[in-house]
Design a binder for this molecule. Structure first.
Ligand SMILES: Cc1cc2nc3c(=O)[nH]c(=O)nc-3n(C[C@H](O)[C@H](O)[C@H](O)COP(=O)(O)OP(=O)(O)OC[C@H]3O[C@@H](n4cnc5c(N)ncnc54)[C@H](O)[C@@H]3O)c2cc1C
Length: 456
């Protein structure tokens, strides 16, 4: 049901000239990076916790859906207003409130762009490790709501490992302070972590205290190709067995390498390569050099080629990896990009299983991702104009998820459930744990106004 005139005028009283109902705004704030689009009834841009709380109180009283929105880069449709209602954009709550070097903390509003914060901290010798590939344009609030991961999760963990405390407004309009300012603390239930990764279904994050660490001085990189996936997977186990923990271990299968070679117009991998690894270590300059040499000696076994680079030259070896997304887009305009996770030992089984699923369905695919933590992006390529191909891609995804569960994996390591994975979660969640999650949601949000139809 569209918002009444009274509801819109109340929203305008709260957010003044930062409340929009014109068709352009409703289109612009109705989609995310999935390209799924639904129109809300209003978009508001609060400037403070108080304004956010007043919007939620109003919505709760009138039972209007509320969809929190950061930068709209989500890959599971979390910010898409599937049931209409009010999109609450945190875009204008984008202040870095403090950087506390002695305490190794930063206090920020949710709309701060992650890359902006990272750069500011690095200029002061500090490091905020979470690094989703979208960090140049995604927000801290969105990263917390999705518990975003990234390339460096193998060494540094995901966003949840760096949120010490946060302020959250719940549907009744109450403002909660969860967690703390300190790096340790165990008083009470860990409600902070219940809200991290809750995809905007429990409340709106209005402030966060983040944990920082000293910035690593330097990095060294190694790029190696192997005849098959099994060789790459066993080498990763061997590398971790040396006692060195790389800051990134990226993996590409043959389909990914073919896509990149055709995109770059040269065979950067060699014709015999069936898989590739990109490994990075960070730390003090001399230490990273000797660590990468030690890793190279392990990687030599069964490798078809190996290259290493240090310091500022290390970036050059990332060229092929960074070309992957545009390379796949050149093959087919759309992809179902599933961010599944499997135990590392199951990586060969996953890759051969995806081939067995896609070949009979006549689908192109590519597997690549964070081999160090088993988080692999299974990309099933399709063209939306070809309805049959899209339907076959959906069948493939369903079968890939069955395979992942069989391999003791999980359906999402980074992107969340949102709307795109909602119909699959009972493959993974036990009925009792799913019901408990729904009971918790009802307790915090009895009128089901917070991002309804998502996540659980
Ligand atoms: C090119 C590209 C690369 C990507 N790479 C990665 C990657 O490496 N790792 C990764 O994890 N993800 C990645 N993503 C996905 C996406 O960037 C992340 O999920 C990111 O955390 C979303 O942030 P956002 O600010 O855009 O949030 P949005 O898309 O706006 O929202 C995402 C979810 O968070 C909720 N939300 C947003 N702000 C708040 C708030 N203040 N309070 C409560 N809920 C809120 C929304 O309701 C929604 O459910 C990538 C996306 C793209 C397009």
């Amino acid at each position: 049901m569209p918002l009444t005139k009274d509801a819109v005028s109340s929203l305008k009283k709260i957010c003044k000239d930062r409340c929009f109902t014109d068709p352009e705004s409703l289109i612009l704030y109705g989609y995310d990076a999935t390209r799924i689009s639904r129109q809300p009834d209003a978009v508001v841009f609060p400037l403070s916790t108080q304004e956010t709380a007043d919007v939620l109180k109003l919505a709760n009283k009138l039972a209007i859906p509320v969809v929190p929105r950061g930068a709209g880069t989500g890959l599971s449709g979390g910010a898409v207003p599937v049931k209409g209602g009010i999109v609450v954009s945190t875009e204008k709550m984008n202040r870095i409130l403090s950087i506390n070097k002695p305490d190794l903390t930063a206090e920020v509003e949710p709309g701060v762009i992650t890359g902006t914060l990272k750069k500011m901290l690095e200029s002061q010798g500090l490091f905020y490790p979470p690094d989703p590939a979208s960090s140049e344009f995604s927000s801290i609030g969105g990263n917390i709501a999705e518990n975003a991961g990234g390339l460096k999760a193998i060494k540094y963990g995901s966003t949840s490992n760096y949120v010490l405390g946060m302020e959250v407004v719940v549907p009744a309009g109450e403002v909660l302070w969860l967690g703390r300012y300190t790096h340790k603390g165990v008083v009470g239930y860990n409600l902070k972590d219940l809200f991290i990764g809750s995809e905007g279904t429990l409340g709106i994050i209005t402030k966060a205290v983040l944990k920082l660490i000293p910035k690593p001085q330097s990095r060294s990189t190694l790029f190696a190709t192997y005849p098959d996936v099994g060789a790459s997977a066993s080498i990763v186990t061997d590398i971790l067995g040396t006692g060195i923990l790389p800051s990134a271990i990226e993996f590409m299968d043959q389909a990914s390498m073919h896509a990149v070679s055709s995109y770059l117009g040269s065979d950067v991998f060699g014709s015999k390569a069936g898989s590739a690894l990109l490994i990075e270590v960070d730390g003090e300059q001399e230490a990273t050099k000797s660590a990468i040499e030690r890793i190279a000696s392990v990687c030599k076994e069964r490798a078809l080629s190996i290259e290493t680079a240090h310091g500022p030259d290390a970036e050059a070896l990332w060229t092929a990896r960074r070309a992957l997304s545009p390379a796949l887009a050149k093959i087919k305009p759309f992809k179902l990009n599933e961010d599944i996770v499997v135990p590392l030992s199951k990586l060969p089984g996953l890759v051969s299983g995806v081939e067995l699923i896609c070949a009979p369905l006549n689908l192109q695919y590519a597997n690549f991702g964070h081999a160090g933590d088993g988080n692999i992006h299974v990309n099933i390529l399709y063209d939306m104009k070809d309805e049959g191909e899209y339907k076959r891609a959906l069948i493939a995804v369903d079968q890939v998820f069955d395979l992942v569960i069989k391999l003791h994996g999980t359906l999402s390591g980074e992107h969340g459930v949102g709307i795109t994975k909602l119909s699959y979660i009972t493959k993974e969640l036990s009925p009792a744990s799913h019901k408990l999650m729904q009971d918790i949601k009802r307790l915090i949000d009895p009128n089901n106004i917070m991002n309804p139809g998502k996540a659980i």
